[in-house]
Ligand binder design. Structure first.
Ligand SMILES: Cc1cc2nc3c(=O)[nH]c(=O)nc-3n(C[C@H](O)[C@H](O)[C@H](O)COP(=O)(O)OP(=O)(O)OC[C@H]3O[C@@H](n4cnc5c(N)ncnc54)[C@H](O)[C@@H]3O)c2cc1C
Ligand code: SF4
Length: 463
C-alpha cells in the first residue's frame, strides 16, 4: 500500500471543502429557498414529480406534474439529476451508452464524534477524505472513497458503468471488498454498524456534459446536463451543479432585464464557457489524447511495460514525481478511461513503492437483504417497466443493479428460466419495490424508466 497526499489537487480551484450528508443539506437548502422565494411572492413545492415539458405549438412553456395542474413559466431550470426526464423529453440527453456514466454506491457508517477525531487524528471541527484505487475491485475500473462526517463515515465506491457491466461485477460485493480491506482496520478497529446503503449514477462530464444544455425556455444544470467532473481524484459534482444553477439564474435575470427572456439559454451557454466551467468538464486535451491513450493496442502495450522489470524500475525512478503527477489538474484532465489508469498503475506503484498492510479487518458488512430491509420505502406504482425481458437485452441488470444479485431472490432484477417450445430460455423479471432509484437499469437494461410519484419510493435518511 502506498499513500500520496492529494491536498494540492483537493484544494485546487476550491476555497473550502466540506463533507455533507445530502439529506440534511438538501432539507436545509430547501428552507433557505422557501424563505427567499416567499420574499418575492413565490414559493417552493415539494413532494411533486415533474413528469414532462408543457408545450404550446411546439414551444416549451412550462412543465407538467403528476400531482398538480401544469405550471407555465418564463424559463424552466431543470436540476432533476442524472436521470433527468426533462432533458430526455427535450431530446438533449439520452441514456444509451454505459461508458458515459459512473455508478456510485455508498455506506454511511456509525462512529462517535470522539472516535472520528481520535482515529483520523483530526480536530473536532475538521475532517479528512481518503481515496482508494488499485486491484481490490477485481479489475473493475473505478475506486473508493472515505469521508469523515461529524458522527459517521461515508464510505463508497464509484465505477465506470461499462466496466461494471462488462465484468458482470456486483456493486455490493465491490463495496464490501473495500469495507473489509485490512487498511480500514485502523479506523474500524473491529466495530462496524452501517446506518444506510445507497446508490446513484453520475455522468462522466468528459463524455456526457452537454455543450449547449438548453432548448427554448429549458435550461439544464448539474447532473441533468452531465456536469459531474470525475477525473481521477477530482470529484466535483455538487460544485458544478451549484455554479451552473447560479449561472442559469444570472442568465435569466439578464435576459429578462433586456426584455428577452427567451435568450436566457444562449446567455447561460456563454457563461458556462466564459467562466471556464466547460473547459473543466470537457477538457480538450482529453478529447485529443484519448484516440491514442484509450486504444486497445496501446493499452495492452502499456500494461505489459508497466508490469515488466523496466516499467517497475521506471516507477521506482519517478518516485518523487508521482505525487506531483497525481496532484496535477492538467494531467488528471487527460487520464484515459482504461484499466491501466485505474488498476494497473496504482497496483504497480503500491507493489514497488509501498509496504504490505499487516492488519486483519474482520468486520462483517450486512448482507444485501439486510441492507434493503433497513431502508424505508413508501411504495407506489411501479415506476420502471421492463420492455424486453430477454437475458440479452436486460440480463446485465441482475448484476449491475446495486440491490440485485445472482442467487438472490429479494432484489429488483432476478434471473429466471422459462420453458419454451422444446427448450428453456433465460429471462429477467423485475420487482421495483426494493429499488433505490439509482438509474442504472435505465442504461444497462431495456426499460421505460421514470422516477416514482412525488413522495413515493425510497426515503434515504442520510443521503
Ligand atoms: C457515491 C457518490 C459520491 C459522490 N461524491 C461527490 C463528492 O465528493 N463531491 C461532489 O461534488 N459530488 C459528488 N458526487 C456527485 C454529486 O452527488 C452529484 O454530481 C450532484 O448531486 C448533482 O446535483 P444535482 O442537483 O444536479 O442532482 P441531484 O443531487 O441528483 O438532485 C436531483 C433532484 O431532483 C429530484 N428529481 C429528479 N427527477 C425529478 C422529477 N421528475 N420531479 C421532481 N423532482 C425530481 C431528485 O429527487 C433529486 O432530489 C457523488 C456522487 C455519488 C453517487
Ligand atoms: S431497479 Fe434500476 S433504478 Fe432501481 S436500484 Fe435497480 S438498477 Fe437502480
Amino acid at each position: 500500500m502506498k499513500t500520496f497526499d492529494l491536498g494540492d489537487v483537493h484544494h485546487h480551484d476550491t476555497e473550502w471543502c466540506d463533507a455533507v450528508l445530502r439529506r440534511r443539506m438538501d432539507a436545509w437548502l430547501a428552507e433557505r429557498v422557501h424563505e427567499k422565494t416567499r420574499e418575492t411572492g413565490g414559493g417552493l413545492l415539494s413532494g411533486v414529480r415533474v413528469d414532462g415539458l408543457l408545450r404550446e405549438e411546439g414551444e416549451i412553456v412550462g412543465v407538467t406534474c403528476e400531482e398538480l395542474d401544469p405550471i407555465t413559466a418564463d424559463v424552466v431550470i431543470a436540476a432533476d439529476g442524472v436521470n433527468s426526464e426533462l432533458a430526455r423529453d427535450a431530446g438533449l440527453m439520452d441514456w444509451g451508452d454505459p461508458d458515459e456514466w459512473f455508478q456510485g454506491v455508498k455506506a454511511v457508517v456509525d462512529m462517535d464524534p470522539e472516535l472520528v477525531d481520535e482515529r483520523f487524528d483530526v480536530a473536532p471541527d475538521d475532517g479528512v477524505a481518503h481515496l482508494f484505487s488499485g486491484d481490490l475491485f477485481d479489475g473493475v475500473r473505478g475506486g473508493g472513497f472515505l469521508y469523515t462526517n461529524e458522527a459517521s463515515l461515508s464510505i463508497g465506491t464509484v465505477f465506470h458503468l461499462d466496466s461494471l457491466a462488462d465484468e458482470r461485477a456486483e456493486p455490493h460485493e465491490l463495496l464490501d471488498a473495500l469495507l473489509t480491506h485490512p487498511l480500514l482496520d485502523q479506523w474500524f478497529q473491529g466495530e462496524y454498524h452501517e446506518r444506510e446503503y445507497a446508490a446513484k449514477l453520475v455522468p462522466d462530464s468528459k463524455k456526457a456534459a452537454h455543450p449547449s444544455p438548453h432548448r427554448g425556455r429549458l435550461l439544464l444544470v448539474g447532473d441533468a446536463a452531465g456536469q459531474m467532473q470525475a477525473q481521477g481524484p477530482i470529484i466535483k459534482g455538487m460544485n458544478h451543479a451549484v455554479s451552473a444553477g447560479g449561472l442559469a439564474a444570472e442568465a435569466f435575470a439578464e435576459a429578462q432585464s433586456r426584455g428577452n427572456p427567451a435568450s436566457a439559454g444562449a446567455l447561460y451557454e456563454r457563461k458556462l464557457e466564459d467562466e471556464g466551467v466547460m473547459a473543466k468538464l470537457r477538457p480538450t486535451r482529453y478529447r485529443l489524447t484519448r484516440v491514442v491513450s484509450e486504444n486497445d493496442l496501446v493499452t495492452r502495450a502499456a500494461e505489459g511495460v508497466l508490469d515488466s522489470a523496466v516499467g517497475r524500475a521506471g516507477v521506482r525512478a519517478f518516485d518523487g514525481l508521482l505525487e506531483r503527477g497525481f496532484n496535477s489538474p492538467f494531467l488528471l484532465g487527460m487520464i484515459p478511461d482504461t484499466r491501466t489508469s485505474y488498476v494497473t498503475i496504482p497496483r504497480v506503484v503500491a507493489e514497488e513503492l509501498g509496504e504490505p498492510v499487516e492488519a486483519t479487518n474482520d468486520v462483517e458488512p450486512p448482507a444485501l437483504d439486510d441492507r434493503i430491509g433497513d431502508l424505508t420505502y413508501d411504495v407506489g406504482e411501479p415506476h420502471i417497466e421492463l420492455q424486453d425481458n430477454s437475458w440479452a437485452a436486460s440480463g446485465t441488470a441482475v448484476t449491475a443493479c446495486p440491490v440485485s444479485a445472482r442467487e438472490f431472490g429479494g432484489g429488483c432484477y432476478r434471473e429466471e428460466t422459462i420453458r419454451t417450445n422444446g427448450g428453456t430460455e433465460r429471462v429477467v423479471s423485475l420487482d421495483t419495490q426494493p429499488c433505490v432509484e439509482c438509474g442504472t437499469c435505465a442504461i444497462v437494461a431495456d426499460t421505460e424508466w421514470d422516477h416514482p410519484a412525488g413522495g413515493k419510493g425510497v426515503e434515504f435518511e442520510e443521503g
